[in-house]
Design a protein around this ligand. Sequence first.
Ligand code: SAH
Length: 442
Amino acid sequence: MSVLWRSGAGRLCAAARSAIPCIWRGNYFSSGNEPAEHNPVTPMLRHLMYKIKSTGPITVAEYMKEVLTNPAKGYYVYRDMLGEKGDFITSPEISQIFGELLGIWFVSEWMAAGKNTAFQLVELGPGRGSLMEDILRVFSQLGSVLKNCDISIHLVEVSQKLSETQALTLTEEKIPLERDAGSPVYMKGVTKSGIPISWYQDLQDVPKGYSFYLAHEFFDVLPVHKFQKTPQGWREVLVDIDPQVSDKLRFVLAPCATPAEAFIQHEETRDHVEVCPEAGVIIQELSQRIELTGGAALIADYGHDGTKTDTFRGFCGHKLHDVLLAPGTADLTADVDFSYLRRMAQGKVASLGPVTQQTFLRNMGIDVRLKILLDKSDEPSVRQQLLQGYTMLMNPEKMGERFHFFALLPHQRLHGGSRQLKSCQSKPSAAPVAGFGELAWR
Ligand code: SAH
């Protein structure tokens, strides 16, 4: 594997990150019906079988939550699943340009909203910390613009293993767990560029205050309930023990209506739907915070606008994986329904998008950035990786059209006026939101 060089802290540099294999989680897979060639009895499978034997079949949401984030055995809790040696690859792991452009987006929104003297940058599900590292490098580069601004970083992460990796990436230190059991902060430190950084298990624990929020490939791992339309009405898909094959799980339909049905729209026309109440709760929290204190949220993921049906799938070792086999050894994911996120904002804030990753990155100036990096590099392997990374991020057949960007912003951001304006000042017209409209070069 050829990992690209990076120059010293604070200098924007190379762009591609690793040899680009592999599979990204936007790929599709039908769930559950593949032949069970290899179904090792994992500790998670034993745990789930015990649970189902004692209380009956469980919802797909409960299955997903247990498999991914159970504090003792969850897939996310003790492993690094990202990159070439892991199970899947994400855009920030493919190219540094991705994080650099997102860093510029936050600075541009901070400026458009009136350059507050302080802000928190909050990331949900930061993976290895690569995206935040690239964003912070841009902040350092733009030091003259941000010099009078007090920035703090807040990471929401359930994985012990990944939080250790994030700490090493961002602070270059091994950070011990906080001893104060009463504090919601479980780790804290200072980044390489001197910015205070804290870790939390839950968004609710992050201090309320003027903040920018980022969630990249986070919403797709939140648990979904699955429903099938039947002549008797909606029936929830449940996970049960297969009576025919030992140590095997199977999908069944609930015999009667279940509570999560309340999340399905009355006018729903699809015959299979996935709903993610946890995503709704997080969007409501973000919307309330942004309405109250300003800021913005940028959400990037693969998904649809309320049109897709069965998208629940698994990934293991860069291969698609039957979601019910060897639970705990593979990533589980479902496409994000952006129409649901928009509804859950409940009009408290304005939403923009979803726009495709290709559109967003092009509007953010990825072509110009690529050209600058190519012009700077004589090394053929570096140039090749830059171009491969660009293709992976932008090609509609790869990540360009599967992934989408979606933003939540205060209403006044789109309709002119900033929080700092006194009522006697005249209302300026709103600057366009970068990424969601075409870039105008002046
Ligand atoms: N954003 C990163 C990682 C995506 S993988 C990237 O794009 O590379 C999903 C991330 O969300 C991981 O860091 C995982 O540990 C974290 N995660 C999963 N469920 C979570 C939850 N319920 N709360 C907080 N973090 C969670």
